[in-house]
Write a protein that binds this ligand. Structure first.
Ligand code: GDP
Length: 297
């Protein structure tokens, strides 16, 4: 294992919260993420985020930032957590006001609670004639989750992801939650973070989306992730623009690894490519030995 040095308190600076949206299928997760992605385009930036990417950073009008993880379903959340990556700071649990708290909603809540990740509830589709947000608040109360407007501790916002109603207020509540977490990181060290997704691109080779949790990731860094390693040849942001570095809580698309690490793998930056190769080879050998042992059983 790679040991990381503790950060000096003086080196820590505030970082953006990393937020995951979870909920039952059709309750509006995609609509909400699309709305946020499309409305929070930094002034002067050419174009929005057109490609699908597993993580993106939005800047609000007042300059505050939020990083959204857009992984398919909460399976990814669980898988990442199982691999030791606590990537999410805050979970938005989205529930449709014309439906009920569904089994998947309960699962999402259970996952967030198990991971000790604070939740903000979004009651969606309030524009629909059949919407009954009180029914949702009641469902939640029956699960011992009392929302603030009913005297409880959970922040809750009625929204229409489709029409964009209440979304700014929802983000405000997310940022309030983030403030209480006092999230900080040290940009003046070699980067560590998580793999969000990886693929093999015909023209560009192995491409990984990573999320920096601490330190600053730079072009030219020697990275190890799982059993893959390599020197970063180029980095891009969610707008497909070339970038030279990524700070804490910022996602980056990196080129230069010799494989496709699994979502949830942590990555580290090492001094030399040789160090990275040696660790990768040790991990490969360990995997093979474990494979042999399982075969014998
Ligand atoms: P997901 O499966 O949770 O990602 O849900 P989607 O975002 O794909 O939404 C499912 C369906 O609900 C789509 O047909 C959306 O257009 C619709 N929908 C989502 N949000 C709203 C909303 O706020 N109001 C209304 N009327 N429809 C919505």
């Amino acid at each position: 294992a790679i040991t990381e040095e503790e950060d000096d308190e003086n080196d820590l600076v505030p970082r953006a919260p990393i937020v995951t949206v979870m909920g039952h299928v059709d309750h509006g997760k995609t609509s909400l993420l699309d709305h946020i992605r499309n409305t929070n385009v930094i002034a002067g930036e050419a174009g929005g985020i057109t490609q699908h990417i597993g993580a993106y950073n939005v800047t609000l009008a007042d300059g505050r930032k939020i990083t959204f993880l857009d992984t398919p379903g909460h399976e990814a959340f669980t898988a990442m957590r199982a691999r030791g990556a606590q990537v999410t700071d805050i979970a938005i649990i989205i529930i449709s006001a014309d439906d009920s708290v569904m089994p998947t909603t309960r699962e999402a809540i259970a996952h967030a609670q198990a991971a000790n990740v604070p939740m903000v509830f979004a009651i969606n589709k309030i524009d629909k004639p059949g919407a009954n947000p009180d029914k949702i608040r009641e469902d939640l109360a029956n699960m011992n989750l009392l929302v603030e407007e009913w005297g409880g501790k959970y922040q809750c916002q009625e929204i229409s992801a489709k029409k964009g109603i209440g979304v700014d207020d929802l983000l405000e509540k997310v940022l309030l939650e983030a403030e209480m977490l006092d999230l900080k990181a040290n940009p003046n060290r070699k980067a560590t973070g998580s793999i969000i997704e990886s693929s093999l691109d015909k023209g560009r080779g192995y491409v990984s989306t990573v999320l920096v949790s601490n330190g600053t990731l730079r072009v030219g860094d020697n990275v190890i992730a799982g059993t893959s390693y390599g020197r970063i040849k180029a980095m891009f942001n969610e707008r497909n623009q070339r970038i030279e570095k990524a700070s804490p809580a910022e996602p980056a698309i990196i080129l230069g690894l010799n494989g496709a690490p699994t979502a949830g793998d942590t990555f580290h930056v090492l001094e030399t490519e040789q160090e990275a190769r040696e660790i990768a080879n040790k991990r490969l050998q360990l995997q093979r030995e474990q494979g042999l042992r399982t075969q014998k059983r």
